[in-house]
Ligand binder design. Structure first.
Ligand SMILES: *Cc1c(COP(=O)(O)O)cnc(C)c1O
Length: 411
């Protein structure tokens, strides 16, 4: 594809103006929105107000005066609009890991009598670790993690499975599951589902109610742009409310936290998923960040996400020097989220060399280069530049520079 064709794609892009909503520095090419979303300018303003007035001056009265106490629910409702959830089924709190613990315990309780948690061996490690932890805590008679390859999931879905426990978009390869089909297959076997939407929320159209999903979690700091360590969200289908008790019962999930009663009594609805005091600084940031999505059509976001990644893939094939990069993502866009992974023995050095040229990508062990496509901030011209720079690095052997070999703590 030549530069005129790329320019034409930009000219026809209905989301082109959205980049102005973000505080990205000039010259920074950001292919890492799937790891840490960029800063929406509205968040900057909101944080100044929060710290200056609400925390600084109004102090403790802000819990009521500025609605801090309702932020987990209010932020959850904003997420609900992005995942096809009717009101009263989403709340924002804690991290994905902690929320997975709550949901997995709740699902095992709902499906008592069964003990297998069926997952995928290359699921995001924290998802597996949480299940392994519950396995140790509850014993194998009540919780037994079975992690199989993606191709074997359906074959292993039988009458012992209590919960099908999966991530929609694989963090390394970007391979995307069909939530509707797998949820229906799980239900047909009497299993519940927990979907981790960390790499899909904010970039993929989701219809959790329509797909009859039981439970889901998702990440606030990736495509939702909520900032480093932003709270995660929990979705729990209304059909299940009041039928289980999540085990991390803290005072904020009590029916009447300020009655300070001795005995725990869960709040109704989603509030029972709260544990301790909400992280207000992070919640305010996430709440403001979600305004970016107010007038956005997720179908348009998906269309552009596919166009960006298809362009990237096709440009890679045009450079002889880039043929040493091995595509590790599904080549068919329908089976992929908004990222591409390529393996290369020098993936780490390539990633560092790109970074030095102000192109953010990331490296995932053992040898993956990962590129995330955020349709709200990237232009097609950006993709052209990124691939041209990548080709230049490889042609000149810049990725072999010893300065780029030192592994930092966060890759
Ligand atoms: C990013 C991500 C997480 C992050 O978990 P935290 O507990 O919020 O750090 C979990 N699962 C998946 C699939 C992810 O992509």
């Amino acid at each position: 594809m030549d530069s005129a064709e790329i320019k034409a794609l930009d000219a026809a892009d209905p989301l082109a103006a959205k980049r102005k909503l973000f505080a990205l520095p000039d010259g920074q090419l950001y292919l890492n929105g799937n790891s840490l979303g960029p800063l929406p300018t509205a968040v900057q303003q909101r944080m100044t107000e929060l710290i200056g007035q609400e925390w600084g001056i109004d102090l403790v009265s802000s819990w009521n005066k500025h609605g801090w106490i309702d932020l987990p629910t209010a932020t959850g409702e904003k997420v609900a609009a992005l995942i096809g959830a009717a009101p009263g089924q989403v709340i924002c709190c804690d991290s994905v890991s902690i929320n997975l613990f709550k949901l997995l315990a709740a699902a095992l309780q709902l499906n008592a009598g069964r003990h297998v948690v069926l997952s995928q061996a290359d699921n995001f490690p924290t998802d597996l670790y949480i299940a392994q932890g519950l396995d140790t805590l509850l014993g194998k008679a009540r919780c037994q993690l079975q992690a199989v390859s993606s191709e074997n999931l359906l074959a292993q879905l039988n009458e012992n499975v209590a919960v099908l426990y999966l991530t929609q978009v694989n963090f390394r390869s970007g391979a995307m599951h069909d939530i509707a089909a797998l949820t229906a297959a799980a239900h047909a076997q009497g299993a519940l589902v927990i979907w981790d939407l960390s790499h899909s929320v904010g970039v993929t159209p989701l219809e959790l109610d329509k797909w009859d999903v039981d439970f889901a979690v998702g990440c606030g700091y990736k495509f939702l742009n909520g900032g480093p360590g932003a709270p995660a969200f929990i979705y729990a289908n209304k059909a299940h409310h009041d039928k289980f008790q999540q085990p991390l019962q803290g005072w904020m999930g009590h029916a009447e936290p300020f009655a300070f009663a001795e005995e725990y009594e869960p709040a109704g609805g989603m509030a029972q998923f709260l544990t301790g005091t909400p992280n207000i600084l992070s919640l305010v940031a996430l709440h403001a960040a979600l305004d970016v999505f107010d007038d956005i059509d997720m179908a348009q976001v998906r269309t552009k996400s596919v166009q960006l990644s298809e362009l990237f893939m096709s440009l890679i094939t045009e450079h002889e020097v880039l043929q040493s990069l091995q595509l590790e993502s599904p080549s068919n866009a329908q089976s992929r989220g908004s990222q591409l992974a390529y393996s290369h023995p020098h993936a780490y050095g390539i990633c560092q060399a790109l970074h030095a040229r102000r192109i953010a990508s990331d490296f995932r062990s053992p040898s993956y280069l990962r590129f995330g496509f955020s349709p709200l901030i990237l232009s097609f011209t950006d993709i052209g530049k990124a691939v041209a720079t990548l080709a230049e690095i490889m042609r000149e052997g810049k990725h072999l520079d010893p300065a780029y070999q030192h592994r930092q703590k966060v890759t």
